[in-house]
Design a protein around this ligand. Structure first.
Ligand SMILES: [Zn+2]
Length: 648
């Protein structure tokens, strides 16, 4: 009985406090001869001050008893008499524990109309912030849960609670909005790890969430009633093509296949009731999360300084008093956060207090409220202190990986290390005397000439001539000088154009991108047996190795090699001193742009091991043409006894 009354009071409290609740009323049926009714009476009197209570005597109000089909006393009906929306009925017949639980559950569900409320009630956490899910230590996540924009992009430092928001959005959408969700991670392996890891943990900690799902057997597809949660990797041809969902969550956007992402986003735009989330630590400028963030509201988490009262935010380096001179300097620990307006020290332990009233505020000039972007860095973190940030910063001096990690993972900002991108100056330094219009080589000449072709909307082609001026038996790339003779592009339907290039330049060996028109490429290569190979990038253990197979391509050589290592080989030609590549004086600007569009950054594999890789921030077809020429070089010397003139 006591429990029942308690629940009743809670119920009234919840409904009574909700501004949107339409005139909640409590109807009670009691009788003078009923002992429990007598016990309830004083509480009912108190409730009358907070909520409208209509008190019927069971014996004297037969009409109402019939209307509400009352069969026992006491009976309580909670609802809105005006709209006849009855929220709950409790009778003395059903005072068992289950009823009380079900009642509490229904009351709770009725109040979980926003994702943040839902999460705080349904999610249970372990570890550092064990217990019911909340945002005391990361207050910036609360309103993130409840954004109503179609596109939401979060550019963030590591470990700031954003992935939990994404998980909450996914589960809330399934449970309350009754819509399908697609949760995408960079790789299928990552998606399955996420499914078995974080997702399973969320379920194991919360009985309610576990009860939502009717089928959990599949790793990449979870059934919650009529709704489905799909977990997928971003790579592969069909993964994002037909999105059957209302909520799309792209987790670690920067590591994904960018072309696929843009296709997916394009397809989603304009569709009603869609919601897209992109979250990531950034890598390089104008790529991935930074690219989409730039087109957003660009919101920062602003708060009031507890000392000067000014509206401010936490930024590097203005908000850090840096103490210590090198990474292992013990004085680093003495570094502290400060207000950039008044310079007053901000205590780490006070963060939950002074950040509690913080708000997301747009910094972009042209605001499309349907594309919201959020930026947050580790200066806000409750678990990372200023000393750790300073050590990480100092570690970055002379260490490209550490510097990249500091900017990307700690500050949540894109970063280009020195020398990680080819500059226009570097390109200009390689421009030589020759012209793209110089006389073509003679038939049967002795020159080592190669051709690299990138397939896409267009053919991009680059013709190179090679001079071996070092010890080729040790490292052919290092021992050779590359002279770019000619570059150009043409509609990719006309393979005859490539025939013309083969003959015009007396090409000794050509390497052609195997995709997307693999059949046509294969047919072309068959016309030049031993002089044309196809290529495709793949991940390999031994980075410099080229694997050549003929099975898949039926008689045509397919050279497979590691993308990063071979881009690196091309890049190093421009960076070495003296440079080992020469460009014609009339090289088109587009060629230069393609070479400047690739930036080296780092990523960590599933085991946490870092490796460098290249991301493109614009079209980069000519760069790949150079890579294919580099591969061609390794197959050309074998052909020194043959001349293409004999074949043509
Ligand atoms: Zn201040």
């Amino acid at each position: 009985m006591q429990k029942l009354i308690y629940l009743l009071i809670v119920a009234v409290g919840i409904f009574g406090c909700q501004p949107k609740s339409p005139h909640p009323t409590l109807i009670t049926f009691t009788a003078t001869w009923c002992e429990p009714c007598k016990q309830v009476r004083p509480i009912l009197e108190q409730l009358k001050e907070k909520i409208k209570v209509i008190d019927y005597d069971f014996d004297r109000n037969k009409k109402a008893v019939r209307k509400y089909k009352i069969r026992a006393v006491p009976t309580f009906i909670l609802g809105d008499l005006r709209t006849h929306n009855i929220r709950e009925v409790i009778t003395a017949l059903g005072m068992e524990q289950e009823f009380a639980n079900a009642f509490a559950e229904k009351l709770t569900a009725g109040t979980l109309s926003t994702c943040s409320r839902w999460a705080s009630e349904r999610r249970v956490m372990s570890g550092d912030f064990a217990g019911k899910y909340g945002w005391k230590y990361h207050p910036w996540v609360k309103s993130l849960h409840d954004t109503r924009a179609t596109f939401n992009y979060v550019m963030k430092g590591a470990q700031l609670g954003i992935t939990e928001v994404a998980i909450n959005r996914a589960l809330y959408t399934l449970d309350k909005l009754k819509r399908d969700v697609l949760y995408v991670l960079p790789t299928a392996k990552g998606a399955s790890k996420f499914s078995k890891g974080r997702f399973t943990v969320a379920l194991s900690l919360s009985p309610y969430i576990r009860s939502m799902f009717t089928d959990l057997n599949s790793i990449d597809l979870k059934q919650a009633g009529n709704c489905t949660l799909y977990l997928s990797g971003s790579r592969g041809n069909n993964n994002l093509k037909n999105i059957p969902v209302s909520e799309l969550i792209l987790d670690e956007l920067d590591e994904m296949d960018q072309a696929q992402i843009y296709l997916a986003l394009e397809r989603l735009s304009g569709q009603l009731r869609k919601c897209v989330w992109g979250i990531s630590t950034p890598t390089v400028p104008a790529h991935g999360i930074h690219k989409v963030y730039q087109g957003s509201t660009q919101e920062h988490f602003m708060f009031q300084c507890p000392y000067c009262g000014r509206h401010t935010e936490l930024v590097w380096p203005d908000c850090v008093e840096m103490i210590g001179e090198y990474e292992t300097d013990v004085r680093c620990k003495e570094s502290f956060l400060k207000c950039k307006e008044c310079q007053h020290k901000l205590e780490q332990k006070d963060k939950p207090i002074f950040l509690a009233g913080g708000k997301w505020e747009p910094t972009a000039k042209n605001i499309n409220k349907d594309v919201r972007g959020f930026y947050i860095n580790q200066l806000y973190s409750y678990t990372v202190n200023a000393g750790e940030l300073v050590s990480a910063f100092l570690r970055g001096f002379g260490d490209e990986l550490a510097a990249t990690e500091f900017w990307n993972s700690k500050l949540g900002l894109p970063f280009v290390a020195e020398g990680a991108q080819i500059s226009e100056q570097m390109l200009d330094a390689t421009i030589a005397e020759h012209s793209m219009n110089d006389v073509r080589p003679m038939i049967g000449g002795e020159k080592l000439i190669t051709l690299g072709v990138d397939q896409g909307d267009m053919f991009n082609a680059v013709v190179c001539e090679w001079n071996i001026d070092g010890d080729a038996s040790r490292d052919l790339s290092a021992a050779s000088l590359c002279k770019v003779l000619w570059v150009g592009k043409h509609t990719s339907e006309d393979w005859g154009w490539l025939d013309q290039l083969m003959s015009e330049w007396q090409v000794l060996y050509a390497v052609i991108d195997a995709d997307p028109h693999t059949n046509e490429a294969r047919r072309f290569a068959r016309r030049y047996p031993g002089f044309v190979g196809l290529t495709r990038y793949r991940r390999v253990k031994n980075a410099k190795e080229i694997t050549t197979t003929e099975e898949e391509t039926r008689g045509v050589s397919m050279h497979q090699c590691d993308r990063s290592s071979w881009i690196s080989a091309v890049m190093s030609r421009f960076k070495s001193n003296p440079c080992r590549i020469l460009l014609p004086r009339d090289i088109p600007h587009e060629f230069k742009q393609h070479l400047m569009s690739t930036v080296r950054t780092f990523k960590r594999d599933d085991h946490g091991n870092p490796s460098s890789h290249y991301v493109e921030v614009g079209p980069d077809h000519y760069l790949h043409c150079l890579v294919y020429n580099e591969i061609s070089l390794h197959f050309s010397p074998m052909l020194t006894d043959t001349r293409i003139g004999k074949v043509l």
